[in-house]
Design a protein around this ligand. Sequence first.
Ligand code: SAH
Length: 246
Amino acid sequence: MAGGPRIDIITLFPELLEPFLKGSVLGAALREGRVDVRVTDLRAYAPDRHRTVDDTPHGGGDGMVLKCEPTVAAIEAVRGPDGRVFALSPRGRVLDQALARELVSERQIVLVCGRYAGLDERILEETGAEELSIGDYVLSGGEAAALVVTEVVTRLVPGVLGNPTSPQRDSFSGGLLEHPLYTRPRVFRGREVPEVLLSGNHAEIERLRRKQSLRLTFERRPDLLERAELCEEDRRFLRELKHERD
Ligand code: SAH
């Protein structure tokens, strides 16, 4: 049984998505039936003989606009009764780990990839699609964004990652950036692994890692600290860091 939502991706370029979906963690999860991701070719829903999917913008302007008829038909064909539809768009709500956790408990998510100048506005109105962005920059199409959403969501499905505790440990899960990681060898070009990590003392290891996470977050993303889950010891350490800085 697949866990997590069924994910449908509607695109003019299915061939861009397939190699990525087949590879690595996601590919294995698909083959094992742990997740259900389907790609739909938007062009198959073009009603005319020429398979037209785009047209020039009313009112003028650069680029072509994806047309209502094929796009709405494709969405209506794949959307189930509980499907939540998203149009990838730089105007949308920006994806973050909290939204990913929300999406993993949906029944179905439909991701519509824009191309060219974007979608006819009436597609959004007619289908109630929410706009979803992966960050404040502009891609040439929604495909890379749809893959980002798919990977971020599916790795939260239980059983997709080998180790069930790793999604909890990742950056952002507790609201902090992840601590540095080390593997063998113990010394590389004179750079040593922190002694504590070799001590086998789990409480000490956790304490070091927590401090490293706090320090990195304090230095690079202080905005995250406002929403992070912090204990009294964390707050004390942050006060020390502030003191060091000032
Ligand atoms: N003219 C549009 C951008 C079009 S880019 C605007 O200024 O808002 C073409 C397509 O790429 C978009 O329709 C969207 O599907 C995708 N895209 C571009 N940047 C994106 C982003 N940051 N997040 C998600 N999708 C994006």
